[in-house]
Ligand binder design. Structure first.
Ligand SMILES: Cc1ncc(C[n+]2csc(CCOP(=O)(O)OP(=O)(O)O)c2C)c(N)n1
Length: 581
């Protein structure tokens, strides 16, 4: 049977085919659709698949299941691995029982992240084997292979993609009977070795090095690592860059290349690399993010008689940030192999697309909350520490409502830092509901324990809107804050004028305090009739200049786009003459 699948869905199919029984993940672009698919379809295949509160907890859940003998799967974006890392690093020492795959999606560009990270470097740091598919089809095959590898060496295995693999479509061929796997009954073998202690870690590290040595040898024979073609110019590549290289060399048919495709890059397949270096006179390293393959090849070359050049990011021949594409790779290879670029052999790349600056949706409750906060603190110059979620866009014009954004949950700690530093401004921390539960709770405890004079604004839309409306834990934020001992009030975000008055009063109270702004994400809500701007509009421009709802169109006189407006009604309170009805 054939299915046309997104890279992430192909991975989910691989998870089903591998007989995985427990899935726990935290969403993050570009990884989300893998677990989203399993949350939706998993039950049919006997898979318990759920969203967890953050990546560390997600990993710990599947790690526990692995020690109980079940196959587990967790997915996250590259920065999510930072959150999970404390547990992941030591799991490499303790080892696994049931196969365990950590799927991490990297984001060269970055397109949808706060930074660029290369999980191949993390794998080297954590001593965990890593597979790096070039296409959705390979992602499917590698997912299944990853479970065999994990169980053979009793290690978690990292499967990593980048955006263009995770979000590409391909037809995947599979036998339907693979989707009905036998289930394993959980059993935990009590073993003191599962308790990490410093002396035990010393012993386990030795075992880990031995496993990696064996896996490196196995990776030199694994078909995911292979040398294609024969030529004096060598190209080492992996992941989606391999597909760009293949396209480029097709357009440079008069030159012969030897392509070393590295699909299993850690532990590095050193023996195969030595063979590759014997066949070529120079090497070009084509990869995104960090110069991982380049560094590994340089290490191997240092112990061989290879005297040719190894060119890549370290030598300035390949960009050291952003994505590659087939055109860029073609230009790099053509430049190095002395070919002229001509129109005939110049591969097409994506056309420039119409630019759309990111903006909060029409009807988003976050816009109303930001507007009320700003109005309530008008003239007081508050420092507003922002966070990560749809509301990060509150930092954009015209709201310009937040002044920092670092990492998930950082608004709270940074706000404390501003206050303890002694700034002469009121300090506000703005955080979404999922982000608060993901990484904000310890900082809240800090604030309450030390009675830091911070106003916390929780933007509670009761969902993880940013990554496509996954569910967040259903606990009531109000009750959590009460439990911690943080004074709080709840406001319905769309009641602008009333909220401004209440915020002014509430913010006068001494000590730490929180306002929970509630209001549904516009994509969860039924649309109400759009609003209109009446004849009494004075054309003062306040609505589009300060509120910035994309449904309010500037024109000669402001008007409301009926297609965009969902009738949230917040702009009624924004108009100084009451012309919005
Ligand atoms: C460590 C980490 N994990 C995941 C993400 C992806 N991500 C960004 S914001 C966010 C949660 C947003 O939810 P919430 O705070 O409720 O705000 P909303 O988007 O609903 O307004 C997620 C999952 C990330 N940027 N960093």
């Amino acid at each position: 049977m054939q299915k046309f699948l997104l890279g992430n869905e192909a991975i989910a199919l691989g998870v089903i085919a591998a007989g995985v029984q427990l899935v726990a993940s935290y969403p993050g672009t570009p990884s989300t659709e893998a677990t989203a698919f399993l949350v939706k379809e998993g039950e049919k295949y006997g898979i318990d698949a759920r969203w967890a509160v953050n990546e560390k907890v997600a990993f710990e859940i599947v790690y526990g299941a692995s020690l109980a003998g079940l196959r587990g799967f967790t997915s996250m974006k590259q920065v999510g691995l930072n959150v999970a890392s404390d547990a992941v690093m030591t799991a490499a020492y303790l080892g696994t029982k049931g196969g365990l795959v950590i799927y991490v999606a990297d984001d060269p560009g970055p397109i949808s992240s706060q930074n660029e990270q290369d999980t191949r470097i993390f794998a080297r740091h954590a001593h965990l084997p890593l597979l790096d598919p070039a296409t959705p089809k390979e992602a499917y095959l590698m997912t299944r292979e990853a479970y065999l590898l994990s169980e053979k060496y009793r290690l978690p295995v990292i499967l990593r993609t980048t955006t263009r693999v995770a979000h590409a479509y391909e037809a995947i061929e599979f036998k339907e009977n693979i989707l009905t796997q036998e289930k394993v009954k959980a059993s935990f073998a009590f073993n003191p070795e599962y308790v990490i202690l410093p002396a035990r870690a010393f012993k386990k590290k030795k075992e880990l090095w031995e496993k990696l040595e064996k896996i490196s040898q196995e990776f030199s024979l694994n078909s995911f690592n292979r040398i294609e073609g024969k030529g004096k110019i060598g190209i080492i590549t992996g992941g989606v860059s391999y597909t760009y290289v293949k396209e480029a060399v097709k357009n440079l048919a008069s030159t012969n290349f030897s392509i070393f495709k590295v699909g299993a890059p850690y532990p590095f397949p050193g023996e195969l690399a030595q063979k590759f270096l014997k066949e070529v006179e120079m090497v070009l390293c084509i990869e995104e993010l960090e110069p991982y393959l380049e560094e590994e090849l340089l290490k191997v070359a240092a112990n061989t008689s290879f005297t040719g050049k190894i060119l890549g990011k370290l030598t300035g021949h390949v960009p050291n940030r952003g994505e590659l594409n087939s055109r860029l790779v073609y230009e790099i290879i053509a430049g190095i192999s002395g070919k002229e670029l001509t129109l005939e052999n110049n591969p097409e790349t994506t056309q420039n697309l119409f630019e759309r600056p990111p903006v909060l949706c029409a009807g988003c409750p976050h816009r109303a909350s930001f507007y009320a906060l700003k109005r309530a603190f008008l003239g007081k110059k508050p420092i507003i520490a922002g966070d990560i979620g749809c509301y990060t866009l509150g930092a954009m014009p015209p709201l310009l409502a937040t002044h920092t954004c670092l990492a998930m949950g950082s608004s709270l700690g940074m706000a404390v830092g501003f206050k303890r530093a002694g700034v002469d401004h009121p300090v506000i921390a703005v955080i979404g509901d999922s982000t608060l539960l993901h990484a904000g709770l310890p900082a809240l405890v800090e604030i309450v324990n030390n009675q830091d004079e911070v106003l916390v604004a929780v933007l509670d839309n009761n969902t993880v809107a940013m990554t496509g409306m996954q569910e967040r834990p259903s606990l009531k934020i109000e009750e959590i804050l009460k439990g911690i001992g943080l004074k709080n009030i709840t406001l319905f975000a769309f009641n602008l004028n009333e909220n401004i008055k209440i915020i002014k009063e509430f913010s006068q109270e001494p000590g730490p305090k929180a306002i929970i702004f509630t209001g549904p994400c516009r994509h969860q809500e039924k649309t109400r009739p759009p609003l209109e701007i009446g004849d009494n509009c004075s054309n003062c421009g306040h609505c589009w200049q300060n509120f910035g709802c994309p449904a309010i169109i500037k024109d000669e006189r402001p008007r409301i786009d009926k297609e965009l407006c969902n009738g949230c009604g917040a702009c009624r309170d924004v108009c100084p003459v009451g012309a919005i009805l």
